[in-house]
Write a protein that binds this ligand. Sequence first.
Ligand SMILES: *Cc1c(COP(=O)(O)O)cnc(C)c1O
Length: 306
Amino acid sequence: MFLPAQAPLELVQLDWLTAANVEVAILRLDQIDPLISGNKWFKLVEHLKAADRNGAKGIISLGGAHSNHLHALAAAGKRLGFKTAGLLRGHPQQTPTVADLQAYGMHLHWLGYGGYRARHDPGFWEPWQARYPTLHAVPEGGGGLAGALGCAAIKAQADAQLSHLGWNDYHGWWLACGTGTTLAGLALAEAGAHPVYGALAVPEDHGVAAQIESILQESGRRRADYELIDASRGGFAKVDSALLAFIAQTELDSGVPLEPLYTGKALLALKQQVEAGKFASGTRLVFVHTGGLQGRRGFSHNLLVS
Ligand SMILES: *Cc1c(COP(=O)(O)O)cnc(C)c1O
């Protein structure tokens, strides 16, 4: 009941793939629903089930003023009919994302920067639980083991469509990583059957590898085959002209919309690895389009093509 609809799986034609004889199919999680987009819905599924089991009336969570997580949560609340509250980083500001959160009926509270930094402190949730006793709290970004388990459905969605492409199998996954929760979910679902390549949208010192390991350990399953590749281009949310040119060209060539923080960086990192010969001729990869397109409205027009 909480699961997103099937995302299309589409072969993509790009000259650098053709040149290397590498096939890539994009799983379009950006197209699962008109309101709710991307991996964030999958990360919410187990949290929604837990809230339901506990008899909660809705969900309270946290994020920034461009947060794809809060956007998916607010949209899911609107779509499925549950209450939502969002605790926001920083001081009140109006972004396209914030306007949507309001339109979807999410209750917003701005914590400032210091207040937001306290989110891991013991006792942080107490006043919010007192204020919203019927809401179930979900950690930032919908992370942790619960978030990862919901992402196992991403593999099932691709598996169900391989035959449409004339594929009987694939050699691995490629996707953008922020916290690594989505990658951990795929690695758990694969149990070592296929490698999962994570293109890091954050610098290497952000502890993504440790977070993935902690999810895998908590799950009790150790067999996982994954690899992290730096794709951050100097920092999270750092955007350069080569990246923007690549996104514009790729959108023209393939018709697939990308945003610069996650999906654009992940695909550019794949291009670099393909051109460096990482994948043998005949390799078939599933690239997960993790969504995030709503967030690109936060960029000024001269920065972002389209
Ligand atoms: C959040 C997000 C990611 C990263 O997901 P993690 O599970 O945190 O690694 C990737 N792409 C987009 C578009 C996102 O919004």
